[in-house]
Design a protein around this ligand. Sequence first.
Ligand code: SAH
Length: 248
Amino acid sequence: MDIPRIFNITESAHRIHNPITSEKLATLGAALRLKSGDRVLDLGSGSGEMLCTWARDHGIVGTGIDMSQLFTEQARLRAVELGVVDQVEFIHGDAAGYVSAEKVDVAACVGATWIGGGIAGTIGLLAQSLRAGGMILIGEPFWRQAPPTDEVAKGCLANSISAFLLLPELLASFGELGYDVVEMVLADQDGWDRYEAAKWLTMRRWLEANPDDELAQDVRTRLTSEPQRYATYTREYLGWGVFALMAP
Ligand code: SAH
């Protein structure tokens, strides 16, 4: 079981697979007022940077589940590197339907809400693992500015304009699901650059090392087109943030 190989190639050098930077991840950890011993569940935990750094900085304990074997291995190595192997556990697997045996203080899905079939489904899934009074974290894109046409939305790799909401609408949608939005940390364009532009150097180096790979042509095409596509569309139109939610 694994995610499509192209992501394991283009994001192999990423510690964070989203436009949030390590500084903003630290800001988020502090903003949530985590306490030592708090339990955190992370569905789609990627390379484990959130759990590992929060374990180091705030003494949380946590479990991450991710479908990428590579990212899960990197997460385990990061736990060793940061000296938090006794606090965090990374499971390689499908997080769809995953409910923790023990209730958690924070249940997160940061940039992977397809795991629960969308925002509402993912909040419902996370809620099943959450203790009463706990916090849900959702990382999700929104439109920084409304794309004028579906063509522009597609340039942002969205299916259509309706794939995402404007920020005020996204915040309202959490309220419509019955949740209070109690914190948020938003990515900025520099953060998008860290996520997107870091893929270009990774692709360039991968191409040099793997010229005959079956994905070489695909990666070459992406390396050639991505900087312009990204600067024209995603960087201008797409926002991203992590939203902390509490049930009433
Ligand atoms: N939250 C992490 C990773 C976000 S990228 C971070 O912010 O760095 C999305 C992640 O979801 C990838 O690591 C991918 O491997 C993982 N993923 C995709 N489908 C999944 C599934 N069904 N179950 C678990 N993880 C999944």
